[in-house]
Design a protein around this ligand. Sequence first.
Ligand code: CU
Length: 96
Amino acid sequence: VSTLGVGAYDVGGFLLRLTRASVGAGQLTIFFRNYDVSDHNLWIEGPGGDVVERISDAVGEGGGGSRTLTVTPGSWRLFCSLPDHGAMTRALTVTP
Ligand SMILES: [Cu+2]
């Protein structure tokens, strides 16, 4: 099982930071933590948008959540789905 950390921040604008930009295909555990005073959630979308899964409900500062899922090769996207949080999106490359 690979692991990926995702943090939510406000550095003059909301953003997500990933501990790695790419992971291998297979089982992946994603750990989310909110380092901002505003609430944020975390979702993941698979290649082509055929898979959309929630990693964490909206949580306040210091909160978070984790989830293990199977990822397939291609370009995935991690994002916060809250209104006006569109800047909180990061690509994750999954290699074969
Ligand atoms: Cu957000």
